[in-house]
Write a protein that binds this ligand. Structure first.
Ligand SMILES: Cc1cc2nc3c(=O)[nH]c(=O)nc-3n(C[C@H](O)[C@H](O)[C@H](O)COP(=O)(O)OP(=O)(O)OC[C@H]3O[C@@H](n4cnc5c(N)ncnc54)[C@H](O)[C@@H]3O)c2cc1C
Ligand SMILES: *[C@@H]1O[C@H](CO)[C@@H](O)[C@H](O)[C@H]1NC(C)=O
Ligand SMILES: *[C@@H]1O[C@H](CO)[C@@H](O)[C@H](O)[C@H]1NC(C)=O
Ligand SMILES: *[C@@H]1O[C@H](CO)[C@@H](O)[C@H](O)[C@H]1NC(C)=O
Length: 509
């Protein structure tokens, strides 16, 4: 790299600036050694908003009043990222890092508390290199997990990767917060399956696992994105999957006995064979009634699945006709809610299925919720209108991995995770839906984990606390006691708190 010229540009541009226009000009000048076209966008550019919104998944943070970056930089290689960090650091510019843009609170592309900022958007960095002989894949942070699924399946029908349910997530943020999908009871989280990583630190240096050291390597596999550096790429482990897997989607309404069925689900789903993942959805189907749906992935054929279901969960009453046998990549599409027979190549578009305004919260459950508790939940869901509620079973290998293995601490003893997901299509409805979501969450208090009330960092919820306020307990909710180790590592690795956002790991005072 022409580092001499680079330093000269830096020196020339190191004059104090006052207006936001000067910020962009100085930042742009500092990056002027990068000759790639279409990599720098300012508010003056006519396509600025479309670039900004191209990976902004929550419409709540795309309104006119949402604080916007001064500029967006889209690096196409590692050395561009290094330059951006060096420039931003020297010029005192606050940055936000974006890969897939699925952050629940939009911290990768807006800043509710911060000063002016620029976005480093990795959407051009999405190479996926599968190495079957090594059972691994190197993935650039801007790739979506769906692209990774596709590239892996293209090479072999009997390898897969533990990823996520939704296919449009960026691997930059997904792996940084743990990352779970329907293989989690068998193989754990994506964060449990990282072999190596490349990261740009606050001095613009590239580090790999060896040079960053085991503490930092521990912290970045689940400690949440945006705290330690810019992940350039991950090396992830591939796992074996059978050539034929089986899925089903079975709805049961209240009238069909959903209360008793869901009561039983809590007792069996976390204890099933590791090859079986059965999650449950609860949705209000009208102002009078609710429906539950059971969605499964089984790593095997239908005849064996039928035996397991009949023996362990006869209350659900599944039949062979409910099953579909398919390849693993087709099951990814099925679980990701694509219509049957959608060609997996659509995953290469990396586009979300739909966009809406949303607010979500999460909980972890350690004791079976009694039928009376479920009935209370139905009541409040019918009265208040309601979030869509998703229950994901734990157990299997999740109970065997130590709480200290990576920062993600929700392991042995967790029966299932709850997500309360409220979405709406009209910006004016925000207050109504957000308060409805909080009411259901409040009702659930006595049935979920306590001290701390555990939460999943990738379902970021700013209601839990924001940096700068005295309450940093949000970190305990996400990481339990691993939070203090994260803070120690942060204080050593990024003492000037260059990488920060509303819920980044705070340095120790
Ligand atoms: C519709 C939907 C479905 C979801 N389904 C699942 C699921 O099935 N399983 C699951 O585990 N999670 C799921 N999530 C949550 C998801 O894991 C998180 O939102 C995750 O942070 C998304 O990563 P991203 O790169 O797309 O997001 P971004 O918004 O780009 O980033 C999220 C956070 O990571 C930081 N970050 C991004 N890129 C980098 C990088 N390269 N280096 C360092 N920091 C970075 C950002 O600054 C931000 O703090 C879902 C989210 C949505 C919106
Ligand atoms: C990155 O891209 C620039 C062009 O902007 C090129 O000169 C440089 O060699 C590339 N660096 C790497 C490490 O690929
Ligand atoms: C943006 O536009 C204004 C006038 O419309 C101009 O003065 C300014 O120099 C432009 N800034 C950049 C960074 O191009
Ligand atoms: C990680 O968190 C768990 C749960 O709070 C705690 O038991 C463990 O000691 C922590 N590990 C480290 C290394 O801090």
């Amino acid at each position: 790299m022409s580092s001499l010229r680079f330093i000269l540009v830096l020196l020339i541009s190191l004059t104090p600036f006052s207006s936001s226009q000067q910020i962009q000009e100085t930042f742009h000048q500092c990056l002027s050694n990068i000759q790639t076209p279409n990599s720098f966008f300012t508010k003056n550019d006519t396509n600025f908003i479309s670039i900004l919104n191209s990976r902004a998944i929550n419409l709540r943070f795309t309104t006119q009043s949402t604080p916007k970056p001064e500029s967006i930089f889209t690096p196409s290689n590692e050395s561009h990222i290094q330059s951006a960090v060096i420039c931003a650091k020297k010029l005192g510019i606050h940055i936000r890092i974006r890969s897939g843009g699925h952050d629940y609170e939009g911290v990768s592309y807006t800043s509710v508390t911060g000063p002016t900022f620029v976005v480093i958007d990795l959407s051009k960095m999405r190479a996926v290199n599968v190495d079957l002989a090594d059972n691994s894949v190197w993935v650039e942070a801007g790739a979506t997990i769906g692209e990774v699924y596709y590239r892996v399946a293209e090479k072999s029908k009997t390898v897969g990767i533990p990823g996520s349910i939704c296919t449009s997530l960026g691997v930059g943020g997904l792996v940084s917060g743990g990352g779970y999908g329907s293989l989690m009871r068998k193989y754990g989280l994506l964060g449990d399956n990282v072999i190596d990583a490349r990261i740009v630190n606050a001095n613009g240096k590239i580090l790999d696992r060896k040079s960053m050291g085991e503490d930092v390597f521990w912290a970045i596999r689940g400690g949440g994105g945006g705290s330690f550096g810019i992940i350039v790429s991950w090396k992830l482990k591939l796992v074996p999957v059978p050539a034929t897997v089986t899925v089903f989607n079975v709805p049961r309404t209240l009238e069909q006995g959903a209360t008793k069925i869901l009561y039983k689900w809590q007792q069996v789903a976390p204890n099933f064979d590791e090859d079986l993942f059965v999650r449950a959805f609860i949705s209000r189907t009208s102002d009078k009634t609710l429906s539950t749906t059971y969605q499964a992935l089984f790593l095997g054929r239908g005849d064996r699945l039928l035996e397991i279901m009949n023996a362990g969960f006869p209350e659900l009453g599944v039949k062979k006709e409910d099953f579909i046998e398919m390849s693993w990549i087709e099951s990814v599409m099925f679980i990701g809610a694509y219509p049957l027979n959608t060609p997996p190549s659509v995953l290469l578009d990396g586009k979300p299925r739909s966009l809406n305004y949303f607010k979500a919260k999460s909980d972890f459950v350690k004791e079976v919720i009694p039928e009376s508790g479920l009935e209370g939940l139905w009541k409040i869901m019918l009265e208040e209108g309601s979030p869509f509620i998703i229950w994901n079973p734990y157990g299997g290998i999740m109970s065997k991995i130590s709480e200290s293995s990576i920062p993600f601490p929700h392991r042995n003893g967790i029966l299932f995770k709850i997500q309360y997901y409220s979405s709406w299509m009209d910006s004016g409805m925000e207050d109504k839906y957000v308060s409805m979501n909080r009411k259901v969450y409040e009702y659930m208090t006595k049935y979920v984990s306590k001290s701390p009330r555990e939460a999943y960092v990738n379902y970021r919820d700013l209601d839990l606390g924001i940096n700068g306020e005295s309450n940093v307990n949000w970190g305990i909710n996400y990481f339990k006691d691993n939070f203090s180790k994260l803070r120690k590592i942060k204080s050593k690795f990024d003492p000037s708190n260059f990488f920060r956002h509303e819920q980044s790991i705070p340095v120790l005072k």
